[in-house]
Design a protein around this ligand. Sequence first.
Ligand SMILES: O=c1ccn([C@@H]2O[C@H](COP(=O)(O)OP(=O)(O)O)[C@@H](O)[C@H]2O)c(=O)[nH]1
Length: 482
Amino acid sequence: TYYRHHRYVPHFYRYREHSANAENLLPEVSNPVPEVSQPGVPTFPEIPEVFHPVPEVIHPIPEAFHPVPEVVHPAPEPYYPSPEVYQPVPEASSPVNMTRVFYGIMFDAGSTGSRIHIYKFIQKDPVELPVLDNEMYHAVKPGLSAYKDNPEEGGNTIRQLLKIAKKTVPEEDWKRTPVVLKATAGLRLLPEDKANALLKEVQDVFDESPFFVPNNSVSIMNGAKEGVLAWVTVNFLTGHLYTNTRKTVGILDLGGGSTQITFLPKSKKTVQSSPSSYIAKFDLFNHTYQLYTHSYLGNGLYAARLATLGALGADGLDWKVFTSSCLPKKFREDVTFGGTTYKVSGIPDGYAGYKLCYYEVMKVIKGIFHQPYEVKGSSVFYAFSYYYDRAVDTGLIDGSRGGALEVRDFKKRAKEVCNKMTKYRAISPFLCMDMTYITCLLKEGFGFKDSTVLQLAKKVNNVETSWALGATFDYFRNFNIH
Ligand SMILES: O=c1ccn([C@@H]2O[C@H](COP(=O)(O)OP(=O)(O)O)[C@@H](O)[C@H]2O)c(=O)[nH]1
């Protein structure tokens, strides 16, 4: 676990203006009206909007070079309540003409860990647009699904993380700070009754907390939304939203249980040649976006390990030992994922290495993935989560700066790791399997070329590249995805 407190200072601010200037890329809003509090209608937080400077040309460079985005609120505008936000929120404690600070708390209940993101927004005065000031992030392991037979203890992990929120958010703001938890593949993979018991525990923890608990604040998020919200986060942080050019970046997210690919297709052929469930349409900041997105459940890194071993969904877990040529020959251990333990080992007197391993992991990918028409082209993709972690583990990128890699770099390093397993064993006995899976996923799964450049980024402008920021905007703004 680790604990960080980020702050970034925007390079410059731009304010919402009403002008006929075609260069003004800010969305249309109604004229500012004084804020009037009405009983039963939340006056704060306002529905935020997000504004960026025009993005610069994307170069394969460290994240520090990207334009710094801002999160902005419109001046008060007519309030159209939506089910998620239509709840009385206690009024802000600070006087109208002073700087206001407000927070949003988003929990990511992932398959391999639970994480809290506390976003701090600053609004200098009611007509000025608020800015995303910083993110506080903290993570614990294992994830909620590991507590499938002991939900109370699972709830305790969230209770612990909420203590950080209490330390981060000033006490006078607790009552108006929304707290939301969204679970991903770990809970999607559990039987419904087990997942519901965990969600109920979390709901109880939230209800006993001093924070503002909106309706539907504890839920399992669907895969399409996970992909879209991560795309929103990354394109916001890299300054690609709000441009006339419609230049955006795609995202590749590799979790423990599922993996997502999301991008804005440039060519109609991509949309026409995709299953309709792979196309998500939604409105955001006065644009309608039509994205290609899909989440492959069971193809996250940890689930794929078990699938490669033939252990996922197998019986006889008490006595069966699952073997693979992707593992060091003398390796033998119990591994736990999603609250279930499996015995795994290398093949003691067999062969191990890249080629055999590639055939094994192919079984987990072949016939499952849809290859979008466009990824063979020149789209820019940001890759994070386990793509990032494994690139760091194998020395392909620097752990604090990230960087650009070609797909063939993963392949080259996978070969090296698999063919010198003893050298890399200390880092992780699964490194060969993981690197081979990533290579296979990119090439045979999504259909990327060896020469495709991927931007590896854990953070952009000191904010985690995760769906959590997009989900916080979604909470405030409630854009519709269909
Ligand atoms: O804000 C975040 C959220 C996640 N992660 C990483 O992303 C992966 C997410 O896996 P998760 O357990 O969420 O899997 P999922 O449930 O999405 O399959 C892990 O490497 C996390 O360390 C991260 O670096 N920052």
